[in-house]
Design a protein. Sequence first.
Length: 464
Amino acid sequence: MNLAIIGGGPGGYVAAIRASQLGADVTLIEKDAIGGTCLNVGCIPTKSLIHSADLYHAIIHEAASNGISVGEVSADFDAMQKRKAKIVKKLVSGVSGLMSANRITVVKGSAKFQSASLIKATTAEGSLEIPFDKAIIASGSVPSSLPIPGADLEGVVESTGALSLEAVPASMCVIGGGVIGVEMAHIYCRLGTKITIVEMLPDILMTQDAEVVAPLKKVLKADKTDILLETKVNRIEKAENGLTVHVTAPDGSESSVTAEKVLMCVGRRPATENLGLDEIGIATERRRILVDAHYRTSVESIYAIGDCIGGIMLAHVASAEGVCAAEHCMGLEPSLQMDIVPSCIYTSPELSGVGLTEKEALTRGLDIAVGVFPLMGNGKSLILGDTTGLVKYIADKNTHKILGLHMCGPNATELIVEGALAISKKATVEDILSVIHAHPTVGESLQEAAHSVFGNCFHMPPRR
Ligand code: NAI
């Protein structure tokens, strides 16, 4: 089986490894660096800068209370950027090594379909014909922009630009209070940038459970981040010391935010141009490639996975879909539980969620029971110096089946796997209670939140 894969991000390279494990001869075509957006200009570099910014903040704000004296503390942004680049380089070379170890042929070039069994790759050396029995498109996504005057002015950056700034800006207007907006706001405000987030919806991070977003908003505000909600961006103009973003407030009044940099992060769109999709009859809808339950496109020999098919644009979703598509190509019948996708936001405190939010459950008319445990009652959170958050279980009121888990607090992004496993195994609140959770851990607050569904927490006074 000759399998061609377009795109070497976490969707494409994982699909390539899986197909190779199952015996396929795999050729992976990537026009930039292997690792895609996630490794090069997304998840990994962002989290590296978040770690540096949080460490800087912790040294300033927590060293003394932990009995540690430090001299003058300063942030060397250039060194933070170098550390980030080193981590990216190490991971990219690790993935390249995995390609060789799995006997995957990597072609550096731009791929375009010629037919349902042939790809032409344009490389630095010329063009190359790659015949295939099956192909998987994993071409990812690119940042969206707003069609407003001034969106292309110098100083307006999207996430890639925001990750490679040469210096910490004095001020930044972040357009879009989604995941990228909030994570970038977190990095730069902790390094001293005055941040203003402009969001058109009634809240930031609208896909998360509102109750776990609230503590993070408090922290952002304590870090002097301004959040303008239900605010419409009209245009961006050059100003003397940067850029002015003209907005309309919820009451209809016009105002403006002037900042050194403007970060545009209003979502991403599938990267499906110049692949020759129309020419060979692959159906798309508003740029996203349409697929069936097995990730097959309208051309039977060609599959598509990850951000290029729209839906939940997350690296771990792309990898899971890549495994499914590779296995189906190789004659297996894999299945994916696409309603159980953990989402993680790497701020401090961290946010995570899986399954239904309280609002989603109520909108569906479900009869639910909710258990909430505030981390102020959790010893390990107190030790870690972060008790602002909470853990929240959503369960079916009658069967006690777990429907959702949402968290804000230390290690929330690591702990969410308990909720994912619980929902996937159709566990009940009693199942969570029957498992001994280690002490002292932040994790034991998950069991406390489960107790709270029945109003029986151990480390909170009884509810009256
Ligand atoms: P997003 O979809 O998370 O958020 C975009 C935000 O922009 C929304 O809140 C939206 O209401 C707002 N918006 C849209 N138009 C606007 C306008 N005209 N004025 C003001 N606000 C406006 O998209 P984002 O943050 O750009 O992230 C892109 C993708 O990358 C997402 O799919 C996200 O899940 C993924 N990502 C995931 C991360 C993680 O899992 N930790 C980290 C970074 C990105």
